[in-house]
Design a protein around this ligand. Structure first.
Ligand code: SAM
Length: 209
């Protein structure tokens, strides 16, 4: 006989069809607890933006794309869904966000997305082909709408991280592609040419020439 408590509070089955989760942003956010959902509008890439970005970042099968500051994995997971023959990597400084990304990946059953808990300063960019960047360091300039208080914020870190990103992108070979979302001017080295832009100037597609 079923436990009477579980009859009063039935647990909804988790849908196993991956397409179900990608039917809308609202649906996708159900993968996460409420406090993570509440951060989505400000901090996680919308699905239609991820789809636009990944079309540019994956010119051929087998490409390795790094999301620089991957949060709870929304960009990398959706890009992995839209481009199943690409390999998506996420590097994220907050361990608890990486745990959410890995849990969502298991639910979705996507085998071409991988997440690492580390600061991008520790990463050799030459392991990857192309890059996505959703203005990840800007949180250092925000007084409100922060993700949480688990890290130290400072304008110095904003400049420091951008200096490192600039140097790492500068060292990449010709043909490297970068997509920036909501990024300020002057953050991408001059060797990169702006190839396309979408949503006005919010989403920019760059290639090293
Ligand atoms: C705006 S969110 C974008 C998340 C994800 N890329 C997306 O589009 O859904 C930026 C993320 O970058 C992370 N981040 C910021 N600076 C970082 C650094 N130096 N190394 C690794 N992650 C960083 C933050 O913790 C945050 O989760």
């Amino acid at each position: 006989m079923p436990d009477s408590r579980s009859m009063r509070h039935p647990v909804a089955p988790i849908p196993s069809d991956v397409h179900y989760w990608f039917s809308s942003d609202v649906q996708f956010h159900q993968l996460y607890p409420e406090h993570i959902q509440n951060l989505a509008a400000r901090h996680w890439t919308p699905l239609h933006i991820a789809n636009l970005a990944i079309q540019f970042l994956v010119p051929y099968d087998g490409v390795k794309v790094l999301d620089i500051g991957s949060g709870v994995g929304k960009f990398a997971l959706s890009a992995a869904y839209y481009k199943p023959k690409a390999l998506l990597y996420g590097a994220e400084q907050r361990g608890h966000l990486v745990a959410h990304a890995k849990k969502a990946r298991r639910t979705l059953g996507l085998e071409n997305a991988f997440f690492f808990h580390l600061n991008i300063t520790q990463l050799d960019f030459r392991q990857f082909n192309h890059f996505y960047f959703y203005n990840s360091f800007y949180e250092n300039l925000l007084d409100n709408e922060r993700i949480d208080d688990t890290i130290t914020y400072s304008p110095h870190l904003y400049s420091y991280y951008h200096g490192i990103l600039y140097k790492k992108l500068n060292e990449m070979p010709i043909g490297t592609r970068v997509v920036t979302f909501h990024c300020l001017e002057g953050k991408i080295p001059p060797g990169y040419q702006l190839i396309e832009q979408h949503m006005g100037t919010l989403l920019k597609c760059w290639m090293k020439i």
